[in-house]
Design a protein around this ligand. Structure first.
Ligand code: SF4
Ligand code: SF4
Ligand code: SF4
Length: 251
């Protein structure tokens, strides 16, 4: 059977989601017979101008990035936005809270003119995306599901219910009952409440559910005397690019 050519690409990100591939362990064995990895800068030096599936990590933050992702889109039959930077803009989106000129000068100082930049966007805000694996970093069991769906040509819908559902099923004690605020009530599930299972809060890394229970969240904030600003700051940490809409570019 002909193997599917898979290429990994990174844009603006910490590359932590690519590192997760190294942690796939036995799950990787399920798909290894079916794919041929032809480009993956973190683990190999070979490159390829042809591939069937492009796995794209990172958000689009430069004019060069816009041109590069368009070329990848034209080559790939299937494009997977991999990790929150690619799927929702992620933490790079915090740049969008500031004036672009100011932030560029703050970071690059006297060299700022050499570093052209645009407001941070998720990959789907620049080119069409076929599959999305959100999370900072990605949750590997979900990535395996998405990769299998892509190889079989069937749909994968990112869960659109709150992390609290998974958290309750895992019988965790609620963080709010311990006097600690948590983003679980408005954050997309699919990570099996990963952070709460390990004693942390949910930071909202998978993005906001499409129909958040705003009243329920406000009631919780009032009950536990937590400011709305806390939630807004946390939402801005990963989700700021959603305010921008799609990038209008000439083809
Ligand atoms: S989503 Fe998080 S872990 Fe993944 S590349 Fe972006 S910053 Fe790194
Ligand atoms: S608020 Fe956080 S800790 Fe409480 S149930 Fe929801 S996800 Fe779990
Ligand atoms: S619990 Fe929240 S912050 Fe942690 S991985 Fe899941 S969505 Fe992200």
């Amino acid at each position: 059977m002909k193997k599917v050519k898979v290429a990994f690409f990174d844009f603006t990100c910490c590359e932590g989601c690519q590192l997760q591939v190294a942690n796939m362990g036995e799950a990787l064995l399920d798909v290894l017979d079916l794919i041929d990895v032809v480009e993956f800068r973190e683990v190999m030096s070979e490159k390829s101008s042809t591939y069937d599936v492009a796995i794209v990590e990172g958000s689009i933050t430069t004019p060069h990035g816009v041109e590069r992702i368009k070329k990848i889109r034209k080559t790939a039959k299937v494009l997977i936005a991999y990790g929150s930077c690619a799927a929702i803009g992620g933490i790079n989106g915090m740049k969008n809270n500031f004036d672009l000129k100011d932030i560029r000068e703050y970071v690059y100082q006297k060299d700022a003119k050499h570093f052209d930049t645009i407001p941070t966007r998720a990959v789907h805000q620049v080119v069409p995306v076929d599959y999305t694996v959100t999370g900072c970093p990605v949750y590997i069991p979900e990535f395996v599901k998405v990769l299998k769906a892509a190889l079989m040509g069937i749909a994968y819908n990112v869960p659109d219910n709150a992390v609290c559902v998974e958290c309750k099923l895992n019988e965790n004690e609620c963080m709010y009952d311990k006097g600690i605020a948590c983003m679980g009530p408005i954050t997309r599930a699919g990570c099996n409440s990963w952070c709460i299972n390990n004693g942390n809060i949910c930071y909202g890394c998978r993005g906001i559910v499409s129909n958040p229970a705003e009243k329920g969240q406000k009631d919780i904030l009032e009950k536990y005397n937590i400011s709305l600003e806390w939630i807004e700051n946390k939402i801005n940490m990963y989700n700021k690019p959603r305010e921008l809409g799609e990038l209008k570019t000439d083809e």
